[in-house]
Design a binder for this molecule. Structure first.
Ligand code: NAP
Length: 245
């Protein structure tokens, strides 16, 4: 599907990879972004059909309100949904600063809210002749690292959910796609990791994958990680648990 003159709902358009997706999609598509803060004014000024819906994805009532607003405003249907927002809390369970209260928040933002938004907007997506759902995933959804165990679990859950939903929607005009990212240079990874890809190049790869209808779009080193994991899951685990990401 060519991403031109489409109606696209996305999360996470205020920062990092989501911001780069918005920059690319917003000039020739109608984009509705759900996040707590708005994208920079300088960018928004150049977007013709942009709507910001202030949303806290950790709060079920805020998510429900955003879904209702999207459904009401775009009763003609929605062509695409990009679930990009996520958080990654880094303290280990054994660290003194680890707070158990962050577990529910991380799961709500990374896993529960994308599933709820999909459920809430599916009818609108089914109203179009062709539509897509793109869940932004991570190599860490395939093989976990030592840090951020909850984050890794949410991404593994998102993968499992996406594959199940893909099977449910087989034979409909709604494609369920994922993009699996390696380490990318964004505020999420500030101060850690090396050899990061730029958010700009990753946004280009994500959009290319959507336009080609790639079901699981492995970007950069994730291609190799998936291949190693297929041949030797224990080797893949050892590699990831030695990493500095
Ligand atoms: N960076 C990487 O190395 C990397 C690697 C693999 C996968 N990914 C995935 O790529 C996606 C984008 O990550 P990024 O690196 O671009 O992150 P980022 O720069 O930290 O941006 C995170 C986005 O999530 C939104 N968000 C966070 N908490 C929220 C909340 N409570 N309610 C609503 N929105 C919230 C933020 O918006 P507000 O703060 O305005 O609410 C922001 O737009 C994520 O799914 C991440 O898991 C990233």
């Amino acid at each position: 599907m060519k991403l031109d003159q489409k109606i696209i709902v996305m999360t996470g358009g205020s920062s990092g990879i989501g911001l780069e997706l918005l920059r690319r999609l917003g000039s020739n598509n109608t984009v509705i972004n759900l996040s707590r803060s708005a994208p920079p004014e300088g960018l928004v000024a150049n977007l013709r059909y942009f709507t910001q819906i202030e949303t806290d994805l950790s709060d079920a009532a805020s998510v429900a309100s955003a879904i209702a607003q999207c459904r009401q405003r775009y009763s003609q249907g929605i062509d695409g949904l990009i679930n990009c927002a996520a958080v990654q809390f880094t303290p280990r369970f054994t660290d003194s600063q680890f707070a158990a209260s962050t577990i529910a928040t991380e799961i709500a933002i990374n896993l529960t809210s994308p599933i709820e938004i999909i459920a809430g907007l599916l009818e609108a997506l089914r109203r179009r002749p062709e539509a897509f759902i793109l869940n932004v995933n991570s190599g860490l959804g395939l093989v976990p690292k030592r840090e951020s165990a909850v984050y890794c679990a949410t991404k593994a859950g998102l993968d499992n959910f996406s594959r199940g939903l893909r099977a449910q929607l087989e034979g409909t005009q709604v494609s369920v796609l994922q993009a699996f990212l390696p380490l990318v240079d964004t505020p999420m990874t500030e101060g850690r990791g090396t050899g990061k890809l730029s958010a700009q190049s990753v946004a280009d790869s994500i959009i290319g994958g959507i336009e080609k209808g790639v079901a699981d779009n492995d970007i950069g080193k994730v291609k190799l990680l998936r291949a190693i994991n297929r041949l030797s899951p224990s080797l893949a685990n050892r590699i990831m648990q030695k990493g500095d990401a």
